[in-house]
Design a protein around this ligand. Structure first.
Ligand SMILES: NC(=O)c1ccc[n+]([C@@H]2O[C@H](COP(=O)([O-])OP(=O)(O)OC[C@H]3O[C@@H](n4cnc5c(N)ncnc54)[C@H](OP(=O)(O)O)[C@@H]3O)[C@@H](O)[C@H]2O)c1
Length: 316
């Protein structure tokens, strides 16, 4: 039997990597086989991937040798890092570096690096419009990914830099959903003013990555941004209203107010939203919904995503 080229997928039990793994596994005619990387091959999520036909291997992004073993013999790799597990930009850059080196060591034919903008190219550290965080970042969880782009480039890898977008799933898991205010109304508070925010269902990022892999070397060396749509706060509130069967009003929050909220990582996220707002044109232009849909024709629109998840969106 001819073995299919293997795609080694970091974060295969999570949102982005899981989206790619499922996109391949659910396509009976896929030209690829899945190698799912996980720290815990015995977890329910890992066992489910194995049941669906994935090869499951143990690997930890903090253990470079485990990545070398996991990438060996593969055709391609999906590289995503895990900022929200440790909140350290330096550790995230180190994880990305380890993945890039393991990809080079394995001589892979295609690498997808899930990255974001280094916002310091738009807002230098001495620009006082937003505070500098942790001594050398404006948006730590963006900047550390953007900084790692250079490592993939310096190693001469056939890499696609995949610029991801705001997960609509944040309305379920990240406390970004609507809240009931004092007068009983449902309110979606986001610090994006009237700007458009590129967004996507998290698993559809993996579907777009699958499209990139299928088109192969055409995308090597390119930056490809994916979003299903560029939505205003008003448009997201309207979609949530329809799905939740109750009116949701959008209320923009000033960035400084968001940064002072008593929520985890308020400054990092406040700076991110300020970057998203003030550089909305550049941020949107880098994420073309038409290309994303070409890559992933089944990608959900916001309204479809909201409808499919109506019972899962908690009221804060
Ligand atoms: N939320 C957003 O709107 C958004 C938008 C764009 C980009 N992002 C970025 O997306 C990244 C996270 O991706 P995701 O959402 O797909 O993650 P996720 O759903 O949180 O899942 C991450 C998976 O990675 C694995 N993992 C965690 N630490 C690991 C380590 N040290 N080594 C190997 N595997 C590890 C875990 O699997 P096991 O337990 O099985 O090992 C977990 O299932 C973050 O860096 C974030 O900044 C987020």
């Amino acid at each position: 039997m001819i073995r299919k080229p293997v795609v080694a997928i970091a974060g295969a039990t999570g949102a982005q990597g899981g989206g790619l793994a499922r996109a391949i596994l659910e396509d009976r005619d896929s030209p690829f086989a899945v190698r799912a990387l996980t720290r815990n091959p015995d977890s329910a999520a890992a066992r489910e991937l194995a049941r669906q036909g994935a090869e499951v291997v143990a690997a930890d992004a903090d253990d470079p040798e485990s990545l070398e073993r996991a990438f060996a013999g593969a055709y391609a790799a999906y590289c995503v890092t895990f900022y929200w597990q440790h909140f350290s930009p330096e550790r995230e850059t180190a994880q990305a570096t380890a993945m890039a080196r393991a990809a080079a060591h394995a001589g892979l034919g295609h690498v997808i690096w899930s990255t974001l903008e280094d916002t310091r190219r738009f807002v230098p550290l001495d620009d006082g419009r937003m505070p500098t965080l942790m001594g050398r970042y404006k948006v730590p969880h963006f900047d550390s990914k953007g900084e790692a782009d250079a490592v993939f480039e310096e190693l001469g890898l056939p890499v696609t830099y995949l610029l991801t977008s705001f997960y609509w799933d944040n309305f379920i898991h990240f406390g970004s959903g609507p809240a009931r205010n004092a007068d009983g109304r449902l309110v979606l508070s986001l610090p994006i003013g009237s700007a458009r925010l590129p967004g996507i269902a998290a698993r559809d990022i993996g579907g777009c990555a699958y499209g990139i892999l299928k088109r192969g070397p055409e995308f090597a060396g390119r930056r490809v941004g994916v979003a299903s749509g560029h939505l205003t706060g008003e448009e997201m509130a309207a979609g949530l209203s329809e799905a939740m069967g109750e009116r949701v009003d959008y209320e923009p929050l000033p960035h400084a107010v968001f940064r002072s909220l008593d929520i985890p990582h308020a400054e990092d996220l406040g700076n991110m939203f300020q970057f998203n707002t003030e550089f909305s044109r550049e941020f949107c232009e880098a994420r073309d919904p038409r290309l994303a849909r070409e890559l992933n024709p089944g990608m959900l629109t916001f309204r479809q995503w909201a409808e499919a998840n109506r019972g899962r969106i908690p009221v804060q």
